[in-house]
Every structure is written in structure tokens, then in C-alpha cells.
Design a protein around this ligand. Structure first.
Ligand code: SAM
Length: 223
């Protein structure tokens, strides 16, 4: 309880200080976090490589950790040093996190600069793409697929109706920016989508997109 309040306050401070990269007023709900890990939860018995991007205070990390086993690899990429501090403290203090610590690593850098030796079975991203310049979204979306194995799954969330509404109510450069982001992300979804979940219990409600590493990996849309 104390940790939840303290994490919410820390998150809100970062929302005020770094709105563009924090992108939300509060950490994601456990419902959203569970949806983000639904494919990892169905993993087979072999070792897996998992990458979480933009964990913030760690609500999704909290759902990922119990799904991991010895022999797996868990990399976390987070830009903001305040969030990295919070996550490091949890790896030192929280029992379940401590058990995963020897195969987990936090990398403090922007995802565009992350260059691991191997690709991942699961890429789980909390980045607020709608806040970024369109070129950066192009580059990050390409990075997602570069980091993902062909049979891997990328899961990310986007707040509901933000782009459709902004496309209508904005003008000029902002309209161009949001339209380009929408075209980019919609294109990836059209080619790679396996499933879409709707999560209403979150501030704000969100769609969770699950995409396969290879085009045409499934194609069904739920939720
Ligand atoms: C909307 S918050 C999501 C936090 C958390 N996953 C959650 O669901 O509550 C976005 C997170 O992405 C991080 N972030 C933003 N841009 C990033 C980048 N280029 N590379 C890595 N992390 C980034 C922010 O610092 C923040 O922690």
C-alpha cells in the first residue's frame, strides 16, 4: 500500500517534470499490466528472452517477473534515472524480484540506442508514442521489429481514441504529426496484429496491441 502511494507520487512528479517521455498521469493498472503479459503467460517450457521498454515504476514488470524462470533473460530499458532508481531498489528489496535479479538487467538509455547481442521472444513496451515526433515513432517502431524474433510477440498499449480525436481537433503541424504516427502504427497493426485487448479499468482506458514478429502472424482482432 505504502509502495503504491509512493510510486504514484513519484510517477506524478515525473509526469509534471517530463511530460513528453512519461506520457501518463499515473502508472498502469494491474488489468492493463496483465493484458500486456498475456502471451508471455502462455510461454512454453523452454528458456525465453524478454525485453521490457519504458517500465516506469514497474506495474508491468511486477506482472512479468512471476512468469520468468531460471535460464530466461530479462532486459529492461528505461530512460528516466528516477524510475531506474525505483526499479533497482525493488530488485534489491522485493523477494520475487530478487529471485529474478541474476538474469535481469536494467539499461538506462533510450530504446533507439539499445543494441543487444540477440533478439527477444517477447518485447513489452510502455512508451507513449503519441507524444513523440513522427520520425522518432518511425524509428522506434522499426527498432521494435529489429529486436523481436520472427516468431516473437510485441505487446504495447495506446490510450483509446487519442489519435482519432487529435486528428480531428488539431490543425497544422500537430495534425500532420499525429496523422503520420497513426499511419505508421496502423500500418504495423494491419500487417502484424494477432490480437487487440480493450482495458477500461485504467487511467485513461487503453487498447493493448499484440503484434507478431512476422507479417500475417494470425490476424484476428479481439476486444
Ligand atoms: C507511459 S509511461 C509507462 C510506464 C509503465 N510501463 C506503466 O505502464 O505504468 C512511459 C515510460 O517510458 C519511458 N520512456 C520514454 N521514452 C523512452 C525511450 N525512448 N526509451 C526508453 N524509455 C522511455 C518513460 O521514462 C516512462 O517510464
Amino acid at each position: 500500500m505504502f509502495r503504491t502511494i509512493s510510486n504514484n507520487l513519484a510517477f506524478f512528479r515525473q509526469f509534471r517534470q517530463r511530460f513528453e517521455t512519461t506520457g501518463a498521469i499515473a502508472p498502469s493498472s494491474q488489468f492493463l499490466a496483465r493484458s500486456m503479459t498475456r502471451f508471455l503467460a502462455k510461454r512454453g517450457s523452454g528458456a525465453v528472452r524478454v525485453l521490457e521498454i519504458g517500465p516506469g515504476t514497474g506495474p508491468v514488470t511486477q506482472q512479468i517477473i512471476p512468469l520468468l524462470k531460471a535460464g530466461d533473460r530479462f532486459d529492461i530499458v528505461e530512460l528516466n534515472e528516477s524510475f531506474v532508481e525505483i526499479l533497482n531498489a525493488r530488485f534489491q528489496q522485493d523477494e520475487a524480484w530478487m529471485e529474478a535479479a541474476h538474469f535481469s538487467e536494467i539499461h538506462q538509455l533510450p530504446i533507439q540506442e539499445f543494441q543487444p547481442d540477440e533478439k527477444y521472444d517477447f518485447v513489452i513496451s510502455g512508451l507513449p508514442l503519441n507524444n513523440f515526433p513522427a520520425d522518432l515513432v518511425d524509428s522506434i517502431a522499426n527498432t521494435y521489429f529489429k529486436l523481436l524474433k520472427p516468431d516473437g510477440v510485441l505487446s504495447y498499449f495506446e490510450y483509446m481514441y487519442v489519435r482519432p480525436i487529435r486528428k480531428v481537433v488539431t490543425r497544422g503541424d500537430e495534425k500532420i504529426r499525429i496523422t503520420r504516427i497513426d499511419d505508421t502504427m496502423q500500418g504495423h497493426c494491419d500487417r502484424h496484429r494477432i490480437q487487440r485487448d480493450k482495458i477500461w479499468i485504467n487511467i485513461p482506458p487503453a487498447w493493448i496491441q499484440h503484434l507478431g514478429g512476422s507479417p500475417g502472424e494470425g490476424g484476428g482482432v479481439a476486444g
